[in-house]
Design a protein around this ligand. Structure first.
Ligand SMILES: [Zn+2]
Length: 119
């Protein structure tokens, strides 16, 4: 966390030249408007960098567990499991999530593992 924080502080300093250049280039104009323009320009650039800095890494797989589901594979009604997110697997915004019983879920994990999904 401290490494990310220090990197963020360094990144924050990168906005200084942008602010300085815009303030210099638009000197004579209203300070508030120039500052808004500089911050807008900085936001357009650093949104993408900040997005990378604050990207959440999933070290452990995220699962959703529900009672009384119908297993999408075998049709059994039971407690259901659904893998939602790993480092390289993302079903956070799945509009039709598929739940599986424990046995079918384990089989699905084997299939995903063979396809290279990191569990
Ligand atoms: Zn099943």
């Amino acid at each position: 966390m401290i490494k990310k924080y220090l990197f963020y502080l360094f990144r924050w300093q990168l906005s200084t030249p942008i602010l300085a250049v815009v303030l210099w280039a638009l000197r004579g104009y209203n300070d508030w408007i120039v500052t808004v323009i500089a911050n807008l320009l900085g936001g357009l650039i650093f949104f993408w960098i900040d997005r990378i800095i604050f990207k959440v890494e999933y070290r452990n797989p995220l699962w959703e567990i529900k009672d009384n589901i119908v297993c999408v594979n075998c049709g059994k009604t039971c407690k259901g499991y659904r893998l939602v997110k790993t480092t390289n697997y993302d079903r956070l915004n799945d509009h039709s999530p598929e739940f599986r019983c424990e046995e079918c879920s384990e089989e699905k994990m084997k299939q995903l593992n063979r396809r290279g999904v990191v569990l």
